[in-house]
Design a protein around this ligand. Sequence first.
Ligand code: SF4
Length: 432
Amino acid sequence: METTNLNKKRVALHTLGCRLNFSETGSIAKGFQERGYEVVNFGEPADVSFINTCTVTDGADSTCRNLIRKAHKASPEGKIVVAGCYAQMDSERISKMTGVDLVLGTSEKYKVFDYLHEEKEEKVHIDKTATFYGAATSEAEGHTRAFLKIQDGCNYVCSFCIIPQARGRSRALPIDEAIKNAKEVVANGFKEIVLTGVNIGEYEANTGERLTDLVYRLFEIEGLERLRLGSVEPNTFTDDLIEAFKSSPKFMEHFHIPLQSGDDDILTLMRRKYNVAYYRKVINKIITEFPNAGIGADVICGFPGETEEQFQNTYKLLKELPITHFHVFPYSSRKNTLASRMEDHIQHGVKKERVRTLTMFGEAKLEMFSEDQVGSSSEVLFERQNKFGYWEGYTRNYVRVYLKTSADLKNKIRHVYLRDYVNGRLMGELLN
Ligand code: SF4
């Protein structure tokens, strides 16, 4: 008898947080599909609602709790699985919420199928052994870029960060296995891979193999047309990496180098492994080799004790450097971190104002960068057609482009003339 969608089990997945989490949800979604589930939008009635959580800020924690309520409302009879970083850190509170059936930590989330099948009494499953589970975006998620996980965990002790507690010690995937996963992703139709991890600059320290060698091997994969690099800590960004990127047009000139603060004293308190001068040197090296690069940076506003002058130092540095994509966060106190025990926590209103100032400044810088692209051309990988009929995709240096055509551009790479910048949008025209 033919199986119809009506009698297929349905799973709704939602991801919070970083690209790494997205790649992991991708693999889990694929696992559900292989077991006969249909993937539906989160919030629709489903037999299983799976939330892959984040705990970087208390905002992420409360979003997770809202999603649990939403899932329960949509499917009062359905099972709710809460997994990942927040689940790892606050399992007790989550397990008491109405409707929650399973709470799975950062390693246990990959075993969701076993736990659903077993119907055990025990709701909470947290393992602290930090096994490595490879992951990659799957077609089930409808993405066009594939996030390929090559590393997990972190051995650093940045004073504000809870990730080492949530995800454990740093570990990474050997080159051969990463290449095997990358080939699978390409065979599934993805043209672009984004290398992803918590701290991918530590790749060599974990595997004994060089990240640059992985990059060279990835360039050789037939059918892989674009490679992007996820976030890399400034202290692990090497000249060899730049040389590797220069060796292939498959590399997209787009970088993400976390800054966190532009003040040396705050960087020390944060226990970051670089100072402002070093960060400046890294960015200048990048821009010397890739003058039109898009460069992203994470920044935290209102770290304990941050004075107005120290905040201004961050502002000035961001003004001086060719950073184009700002990722601004208010400092959020996380339990059991060094910073949570520091004095002089900054008032909520002050943090909010500093975030607002930097966010607005970041938007203005991205606008200027986008305007600078007008009159040039770039290859664009198109992702989707919006409701106004415009196709949307990203340039090599990560600027979103809008274009109207009757052709189907989904998952196609096209050479595009960047014609105009109108109402905050970079408009393109197809070139042959
Ligand atoms: S490098 Fe620092 S901020 Fe990043 S995950 Fe490790 S401890 Fe956290």
